[in-house]
Ligand binder design. Structure first.
Ligand code: CA
Length: 234
């Protein structure tokens, strides 16, 4: 999991500098911001493998609100929350808003690095989509999820591994909006470059394969500003 891109949201300079230094020593690619607004901007721009999020942030958006907004878009991005010592309610709030783990300040640096490492390892494991039947049908299409053989109304064809991986994600999250960041991370792994049009090109291809009218998709639908959603029955 080295080279995993990590977003650090921390306004206290001395803590941030120490973390940046040590995370980079471990090989992680660290992006640092000091408030919630900037965190959301970065999350829109880039794909991260994990976020370290301070609970107490300046300027309006606190860590809890940031956590809530991340979860609305990406149910799987690992979030490690940093809380003030002795504030048990902070930890409970953080976990109930979707943080995966927390550490109280002042924390032990080695422990933080171990948690980060463990969270990344588990997230790679869980990223594998839920179990599906071997064959999946919708509309006039049928897909063999083991072999990647597919057919639509007109023809038989072979899906690539990445196309198949993306389809499995859609099928196992039917009716849920999947954010661009989530899809990029889940299909392409740690690719930090979300400027790429690759994702859009993939969606265009899936529509060509499986939509009656690719220009007016009813299965693979764009949700503006959020991502894509798959409907089995349009
Ligand atoms: Ca703070």
């Amino acid at each position: 999991m080295n080279n995993a891109p990590i977003l650090l949201v921390e306004d206290e300079q001395h803590i941030a500098q120490g973390l940046i230094f040590n995370l980079r020593q471990e090989g992680y690619l660290v992006t640092h911001v000091e408030n919630g607004e900037d965190a959301l901007i970065e999350l829109n721009r880039k794909t991260f493998a994990l976020i370290i999020l301070d609970r107490m942030l300046p300027d309006g958006l606190d860590g809890l609100e940031v956590c809530r907004r991340i979860r609305a878009l990406d149910p799987q991005l690992p979030i490690l929350m940093l809380t003030a010592m002795g504030r048990e309610q902070d930890r409970i709030d953080g976990l109930s808003e979707g943080a995966d783990d927390y550490l109280s300040k002042p924390f032990n640096l080695s422990e933080l690095l171990l948690r980060v490492h463990g969270m990344l390892r588990r997230s790679a494991w869980y990223r594998t989509p839920a179990r599906l039947e071997r064959s999946y049908s919708f509309g006039a299409s049928q897909i063999d999820l083991d072999s990647g053989e597919a057919k639509n109304q007109e023809s038989h064809f072979q899906l690539t591994e990445l196309e198949l991986r993306m389809l499995k994600l859609f099928f196992s999250h039917e009716g849920e909006v999947l954010s661009r960041a989530y899809l990029l991370r889940a299909v392409w792994g740690m690719a930090p470059d979300t400027e790429t049009r690759t994702l859009d090109n993939f969606i265009v291809r899936l529509r060509k394969y499986f939509e009656k009218n690719p220009a007016r998709p009813r299965h693979f639908v764009t949700v503006r500003g959020q991502g894509y959603v798959f409907y089995k029955k349009p």
